[in-house]
Design a protein around this ligand. Structure first.
Ligand SMILES: [Zn+2]
Length: 535
């Protein structure tokens, strides 16, 4: 797959999506499906009588694998003496075959099992997702009688299988059973969790699943929690050597705030965990407390406190209690309000090491974001030691990528961004490579991801610029002159090493610098009103 998303093609797109009318031929959602035991109980009859009614065609069901399923509506019609509405025939075999073939393609066979086809289908969907290292999966009802199964692989959703829409209620019901949700509730959102063994190494799989009643039927999304995520080290985070040294230096400092920033899914949580693992690995283990919403992975050697808004345990109240517990190190998951931010900065100034995460596009915008949220600029400058802004970019598949000079627009853009970020373009080795796609990488051309980052130290010059209200561009220029390698330059360097493609990096970073790039193009003066991009 060769993605050619340039910043201009992104912006030229109309922001208003075309809304498709719901065609009248789309059948109403099937509603709740019952198994045979439930129908016999509902009809207050015996199994032989029930079979007689079934043979006589008074009641009709759908056979999924070897098991019967019945629409609640049809059973109610039968009780009123009415004819069954629809005879459903849906075959689960094609779905099972697709999943098995995919799993076999990934080098895993299916274990012998006496479970029903439905249970198997759900477990195969989860196991295949785990095998392919998907972060989340989605089953979505579509028009024309199908539902799609998609996995998010290295940050991009990929279609895996289509299933007969008539199977959807039974499959969703099976997911609900495994997730300990209410199987009779089909009209409200539900959340549950499934824990099961992967068939391969007996590894524990942990899946958080959400059911949503959509207009065409129930949609399902599941997040696969990776048990190895909690054990990640700074080494595995793959930061550039200079950035890693800065992180390690400030983690060892007795007080001050280290901020991780970036959009959702940029590896901030992994980075925070890697830092905490580094802190707790030493012979003298400090008291580490975390405030998280929710706690998804258990970190040994720490006290993790979840947010429970419904019982009054919000970030502010939990953080105040944490501070009274006399911790040495505090980690606060995403900062969402001024109270939490102020408490975190004060904690840093009163002798704590504080790790927080924010949601800004780059390191300098994190500084400005804290001030915009209402924090005192002097407090921000004094309490903040280091800001790491990061993204994840896909790594080229080592089996199929080819050496090729990137397209001219990408090279021009990269050159401009290198100049902005102080990266000597001419001295850069240029071993650029491009994706192809092979069996190994499921024809995607990429496999796995790595972090690209910038680490901004709040030096006296940066602090002075911040407190006198410098612009984003000025702040960035000062940070670069103080030794920061920008996100874009870190990405360009990795592309030049042939680890990722230049297009992949440009797609990820170009929106951050859109204001500067347009000025570079027009040769205009630096704007005073540069905004920080997405928040
Ligand atoms: Zn490949």
């Amino acid at each position: 797959m060769k993605a050619k998303i340039t910043s201009s093609s992104r912006f030229n797109k109309s922001p208003v999506a075309k809304i498709q009318p719901i065609p009248s031929s789309v059948p109403a959602p099937i509603g709740e499906l019952l198994d045979m035991r439930e129908v016999i109980a509902m009809l207050r009859t015996t199994r032989p009588t029930f079979y007689r009614w079934l043979r006589a065609g008074k009641l009709k069901g759908t056979k999924i694998g070897r098991q019967w399923r019945f629409r609640r509506e049809d059973v109610e019609r039968f009780l009123k003496g009415q004819e069954p509405q629809i005879d459903l025939v849906a075959d689960i075999t094609p779905l099972l075959d697709t999943l098995r073939k995919r799993l076999k393609g990934n080098g895993v066979g299916e274990e012998e099992s006496h479970e029903s086809e439905l249970v198997r289908a759900v477990k195969l969907i989860i196991r295949l997702a785990a095998q392919m290292r998907a972060t989340d999966l989605h089953i979505e009802p579509q028009p024309k009688g199908v539902a799609t199964l998609r996995y998010r692989l290295d940050g991009v959703l990929q279609p895996i299988a289509e299933l007969d829409m008539r199977l959807l209620p039974a499959i969703v019901k099976q997911w609900k059973t495994l997730a300990a949700c209410n199987v009779h509730e089909t009209s409200r959102p539900q959340e549950g969790r499934i824990r099961m063994k992967s068939s391969t190494a007996g590894e524990e799989l942990d899946v958080r699943v959400t059911f949503l009643p959509a207009v065409l039927g129930e949609a399902l999304s599941a997040v696969l929690l990776d048990p190895r995520a909690a054990r990640i080290s700074l080494e595995q985070m793959d930061y550039a050597e200079a950035d890693k040294k800065r992180i390690q230096h400030w983690l060892g400092s007795p007080w001050g705030t280290v901020v991780f920033t970036g959009p959702t899914g940029c590896g901030k949580t992994s980075a925070l965990y890697a830092c905490l693992n580094q802190i707790t690995a030493g012979p003298v283990r400090p008291k580490v407390m975390t405030v998280e919403d929710p706690v998804e992975y258990l970190l040994p050697g720490t006290t993790q406190v979840p947010i429970r808004a419904e019982s009054g345990m919000n970030f502010g109240s939990v953080l105040r209690a944490v501070l009274r517990s006399n911790p040495d190190v505090i980690m606060v998951g995403e900062i969402r309000d001024l109270e939490t931010l102020t408490l975190s900065l004060q904690a840093a100034l009163t002798g704590h090491r504080v790790l927080i995460s924010l949601h800004t596009s780059e390191a300098v915008t994190a500084l400005q974001r804290m001030i915009d949220a209402g924090a005192n600029p002097f407090t921000v400058a004094d309490a903040t030691r280091l800001i790491i802004a990061q993204r994840l970019v896909r790594l080229l598949c080592s089996k199929c990528s080819v050496a090729r000079k990137p397209a001219e627009p990408f090279l021009t853009l990269a050159q401009k961004l290198a100049r902005l970020g102080g990266l000597p373009w001419d001295a850069l080795p240029k071993d650029f490579r491009e994706p192809v796609g092979c069996k190994e990488c499921n024809l995607i051309g990429f496999q796995g991801r790595t972090v690209i980052a910038e680490a901004l130290e709040v030096t006296p010059r940066v602090a002075a610029a911040l407190t006198r209200g410098a612009t984003i561009m000025d702040l960035r220029a000062i940070a670069v002159s103080e030794g920061m390698t920008t996100l874009a330059c870190d990405g360009i360097r990795r592309a030049a090493q042939g680890r990722t493609s230049l297009a992949e990096v440009m797609k990820t970073v170009s929106t951050i610098y859109s204001a500067e790039l347009s000025e570079v193009a027009s040769g205009g003066q630096q704007s005073r009103s540069a905004k920080g991009g997405q928040m």
